[in-house]
Design a protein. Structure first.
Length: 199
């Protein structure tokens, strides 16, 4: 007779499965990973993962939702807890973005560089993605309200995001030397901020 699992047991196994899946998905992509491989990573029978997730797309959605929420936590903390004016807070958000990307490269890759089939079928993932995107324009709204920048905060936030993401991806791919993305991020942000100041 199978052992009755407590909520803590279920949560622990889901976390361990997602941790293994994150690494494998980042290395091989969704199509390169099987449920059998995930089970083998944890030393369980091939059918065990199906007790916790419908399929590997379900696992990918859980991994990505967790990643987006951890990312949003980091950026929100930087904005809310950094002392000083809105410029200091916006700089801290940029640093938090870079820190997250380089401390969690597999998570970052799955969040932004891997396509999720049927993403709309996973409300928790959709909500986490919306929350994460909001953190990348909230500090811009502060700067616009303070008179430091002029324009649509959502569009400006997307511009800063695109620039920073490009630098991060280049460094993660080995096309920039270690630390170069951070330097490039500072230079690009300064240049864009100068061009976006109220006339």
């Amino acid at each position: 007779m199978p052992r009755v699992l407590s909520e803590a047991d279920v949560a622990d196994f889901r976390d361990r499965l997602c941790e293994a899946a994150e690494r494998l998905f980042a290395e091989k992509g969704l199509d390169g990973v099987t449920m059998r491989q995930l089970a083998a990573e944890l030393g369980v029978s091939p059918m065990t993962p199906y007790r916790y997730f419908r399929d590997k797309e379900d696992i990918l959605a859980a991994v990505r939702a967790t990643g987006f929420n951890r990312f949003a936590d980091a950026l929100e903390r930087a904005r809310d807890e950094t002392p000083g004016d809105v410029r200091a807070k916006s700089a801290a958000v940029g640093e938090a973005y870079l820190d997250f990307a380089f401390q969690h490269p597999s998570t970052y890759k799955l969040m932004f560089d891997l396509n999720q089939p049927h993403e709309a079928d996973y409300p928790e993932l959709v909500d986490a993605g919306i929350r994460a995107k909001a953190t990348m324009s909230a500090y811009v709204k502060d700067l616009v309200a303070n008179g430091d920048l002029a324009g649509d905060p959502e569009q400006i936030g997307t511009m800063f995001w695109a620039a920073t993401h490009g630098a991060v991806v280049l460094e993660l791919a080995g096309k920039l030397t270690p630390g170069a993305a951070r330097e490039l991020h500072h230079a690009m942000n300064s240049a864009m901020a100068r061009g976006l100041r109220p006339s």
